[in-house]
Design a protein around this ligand. Sequence first.
Ligand code: ZN
Length: 297
Amino acid sequence: MSIKLPSSLKSLLSITALLICSPLSVVAENCVVRDFLELPLTQSIDPMQTALEIAYPGLNLDPTRSLVEFPDGTRLNFRGARRVTADKRLEHSTLGDQFHYTYPLGFTLTERKQLYFDPGRIRWEQFFRSLYFETRNEARRSLSRVTYTGTSSQAVFNATKKYCVHVQLRSVLEEIAAYGPAMDVYFEKSGGSFNWRVIAGTNRLSTHSFGIAVDLNTQLGKYWRWDGGKPGSVGPFANEIPFEIVSAFERRGFIWGGKWYHYDGMHFEYRPELILYSRLMAQNDRRPIVHAIRMTD
Ligand SMILES: [Zn+2]
């Protein structure tokens, strides 16, 4: 015997069945939360290509033709790493230059003592404009509000929905909040998130422009310029950001500015390719991963 159901009820039932069958990590925006520290990786002969293609689904790199193709079909010719001075590499970067320094996955903060060791701070601007947005309005339309809900405080960040950055950020903030009230202080006096602007003292567009960066408490997360540093001449970094926060961000693909010679201890930005690249390089025995040790300098 078959039961006749009204079509609206039928479709409601099929949607419910779909939701029940879906894995829990799949959310409404068709995003799956990814763990970039654990995601399985196979050996790669071209770690830069592998890291970029896994980090940004739909992006393709053709190293033989020096061509990068973005998910919307845009193509750019890219250049590899160059032998230039550190300040030139920073001012006018190529795609290859972005991988000049391997982002360290440990928490020793020793690598940053090397002059200009700024993995992630080197950015080929057109790459990011093509990957994300060319204009402020495009970027604004893509934003989603993501909230840190602590025991005694809340903080709201605006993150882009592109490449599911907002979902990755939501997962970071949930993990941190679960550590309890001691974490709340880092989210007070937050330095903000989306802001279409250039980096202080430069003409280079900040990654805050794309909704992929967040700044925590500006008084606890130190910044080299505010501490009297000059480009290429920065003193010691008295870090106050705990390992648990850094680790939660890195797991979801965000790098931390506290690991840079030109340190920015409040700053986290979505750069999963650098975390994957670091793992691939370690896998290829080109540089060991220093495992997490709680230490500051
Ligand atoms: Zn920032």
